[in-house]
Ligand binder design. Structure first.
Ligand SMILES: *Cc1c(COP(=O)(O)O)cnc(C)c1O
Ligand code: SF4
Length: 336
């Protein structure tokens, strides 16, 4: 048995868990009983992109293991300060498909709304590490503009709430957004892209289940889970609640060197997700963002891993290997 960190998260609301997230590398290292030798590098990484990890997520890490696959996703390291050619500040050049504040309309039939610039956790590999997106999200006036834009584009049938993490915002606000969207007749589906059910499973509140499933829009949730160890009993039951309420559950994973870059790890993840009624959707190659080059798995290696995964898993447990290419009108799928 692995030795995990005891944590008392059960008595705290999700908002309290958010606001008490660990925000200093020394606290993260101390909680896990790790050596201060790691601190200098962690502080240099932290200066590039703030540390942020809720205790619920830390509780699933192994005490004393500097190579824990969850820890490596959130502990800043010295390598983040490296300048590696091809790794840039804004790898997706998203600013260019931004018809109105908080709206990204790149793909036919679907449109993405940036509901919240905030995240519950700061993942070191995130392409948003240089743009917390604080000034490109939906406030009062930009919300009305987004609604008008969607109303005018009658071929849009699906709205995707994204961020940051859209669930970092209140149920009250989300309920209002969904109700207004549901009045637009050509919309059929509401999709939420979120990592919060993984990071703080208590975020799956009764209120959330209610606003997500009480309109005529078909609810889809795409969670972001990278490793089987992220799914403990609390996460499993949060996912089961969503499923029972009628939400279609899919997962996207980022392929990360030293964390999940082998067929066994991905197969275990797929099987554990399926036990919680989640199907694998996308396996993303890393976006080439400055400071994340040490996580990169090259395309050839990724294809090898995929072939092995296909040999080990039934087809429905194999995600699609994709990469985002700036300016392309869809995710680019990579043949295996
Ligand atoms: C990924 C993504 C979508 C949704 O793409 P699907 O292939 O439908 O999952 C929509 N808009 C943006 C900007 C995206 O990055
Ligand atoms: S957007 Fe997703 S990957 Fe990026 S920091 Fe937030 S939760 Fe992590």
């Amino acid at each position: 048995m692995m030795n995990h960190i005891a944590s008392d998260t059960t008595s705290k609301t999700w908002q309290e868990q958010l606001s008490t997230a660990v925000s200093h590398p020394s606290e993260l290292l101390a909680t896990l009983g790790l050596s201060d030798n790691l601190l200098a590098g962690a502080l240099r990484g932290d200066a590039e992109f703030k540390t942020r990890v809720p205790f619920s997520y830390i509780s699933r890490m192994e005490f004393g293991n500097a190579n824990d696959p969850l820890l490596k996703q959130v502990l800043p390291v010295d390598n983040e300060t490296l300048d590696v050619s091809g790794f840039t500040m804004d790898p997706l050049a998203e600013q260019s498909s931004n018809p109105s504040d908080g709206v990204i309309h790149k793909y036919k039939g679907r449109l993405l709304l940036i509901v919240s610039g905030a995240c519950a956790i700061n993942c070191r590999f995130c392409f948003r590490r240089h743009f917390p997106y604080g000034d490109n999200q939906l406030g009062g006036e930009s919300w009305q503009q987004a609604i008008d834009y969607i109303k005018a584009q009658t071929d849009i049938h699906e709205v995707i709430l994204s961020g940051g993490d859209p669930l970092a915002t209140s149920d009250k606000r989300l309920k209002k957004l969904i109700q207004e969207l549901s009045e637009i007749q050509h919309l059929k589906t509401i999709r939420i892209h979120t990592r919060l059910p993984i990071v703080i499973p208590d975020r799956v509140t009764d209120e959330l289940l209610s606003w997500l499933t009480s309109t005529r829009l078909k609810p889809v949730m795409v969670i972001h889970c990278n490793h089987a160890n992220e799914i403990d009993d609390a996460v499993h039951s949060a996912l089961q609640k969503l499923k029972k309420a009628g939400v279609t559950l899919l997962n996207q994973t980022v392929l990360l060197k030293g964390i999940n870059d082998d067929a066994e790890a991905l197969s275990e993840l797929s099987h554990k997700l399926f036990q919680a009624d989640v199907l694998p959707y996308y396996l993303h190659l890393l976006d080439k963002v400055k400071g994340a080059a040490h996580f990169d798995v090259n395309t050839q290696k990724a294809q090898e891993i995929m072939r092995e995964l296909m040999a080990q898993c039934p087809g429905y447990l194999v995600p699609k290997l994709v990469r985002e290419v700036a300016g392309e009108p869809g995710k680019t799928s990579i043949s295996v």
